[in-house]
Design a protein around this ligand. Structure first.
Ligand code: ZN
Ligand code: ZN
Ligand code: ZN
Length: 273
């Protein structure tokens, strides 16, 4: 399976709009891996996680054919993960899109936002199906089997992590979240993973409640090992970085590489063999 990291930043992106901080200035000058757009990944070409406001740019930059997407799953409704306005671009009159609907799986907050936004444009019109998911309830998608798991993120909605099985590989998509809730750890305990994607939004800050800092990522990795959750040769990837953490790709790599953790960058492709 191929995992494509389309965007790897938190809400503000790096460099951030309007920002004159040191990291944003460096990113503007250096380009390349220092430029981070809002977070999303694509599994093969048919399963996408989240639909951020940078999706147009991801499509153009990586030569994506978004019409190959069969399933679209959402972690939560924050604007760096859900830009429903651009989903309307698949509707008749905007795109000459294929007949099949894209199946959307998300919590109620995300589905409501998508429905309200598309209702302004004549409704779903057979271009999307909306499917509500709940923590621990397994769903069989066209492309994968998923189990949503509780995140520790925004208490006013049911933010979700996902356990995903696709083509014989198992993945934990672990953000946005602070230190995982106990019930998520309990569910994960007897699973084995080929890949875990974690976030490190807040860098060195002493904070791990709704986002992870460096220590929380390292301790999560440690617990994976204690529980025997990682298959031999499993990949751990960190993503969803904020400019406020003031850490470049090179600095993050220096921190995480000794622990066998890969630092994602925009456009990074991981092959699970
Ligand atoms: Zn986010
Ligand atoms: Zn900045
Ligand atoms: Zn969020």
């Amino acid at each position: 399976m191929k995992i494509r990291f389309l965007g790897t930043a938190a809400f503000e992106g790096i460099p951030s709009l309007f920002c004159r901080c040191e990291l944003c200035a460096k990113a503007r000058a250096a380009g390349g891996k220092e430029i981070r757009s809002r977070t999303s990944v694509m599994l093969d070409d048919d399963l996408k996680i989240d639909f951020p406001p940078d999706t147009f740019m991801h499509m153009v930059r990586d030569g994506l054919d978004l019409e190959r997407i069969k399933d679209l799953i959402f972690t939560h409704s924050h604007s760096d993960h859900l830009y429903a306005e651009d989903m309307a671009a698949r509707l008749p009159g905007y795109a000459q899109s294929a007949a099949h609907p894209i199946d959307v799986y998300a919590n109620d907050a995300v589905l409501l936002r998508i429905k309200q936004t598309l209702d302004f444009n004549g409704g779903l019109q057979g271009k999307f199906t909306l499917n509500q998911v709940k923590p621990f309830e397994q769903k069989e998608l066209q492309t994968a089997v998923i189990v949503p798991l509780p995140a520790s993120h925004d208490p006013i909605e049911t933010c979700l992590l996902y356990y995903i099985e696709k083509d014989g590989k198992s993945i934990l998509y672990g953000h946005d979240s602070g230190w995982f809730p106990d019930e998520t750890w309990a569910w994960l305990q007897d699973k084995t993973l080929d890949l875990a994607v974690l976030e490190c939004t807040v860098g060195r800050s002493n904070y791990r409640k709704t986002h992870m800092n460096i220590d929380a990522v390292l301790e999560t990795n440690q617990r994976f090992e204690e529980y025997g959750i990682l298959k031999p040769g499993a990949n751990i990837v960190v993503t969803h970085f904020s400019h406020n953490a003031q850490l470049s790709h090179a600095e993050l790599t220096e921190i995480f590489e000794p622990h066998g953790i890969q630092v994602a960058y925009d456009g990074m492709i991981l092959e699970l063999l």
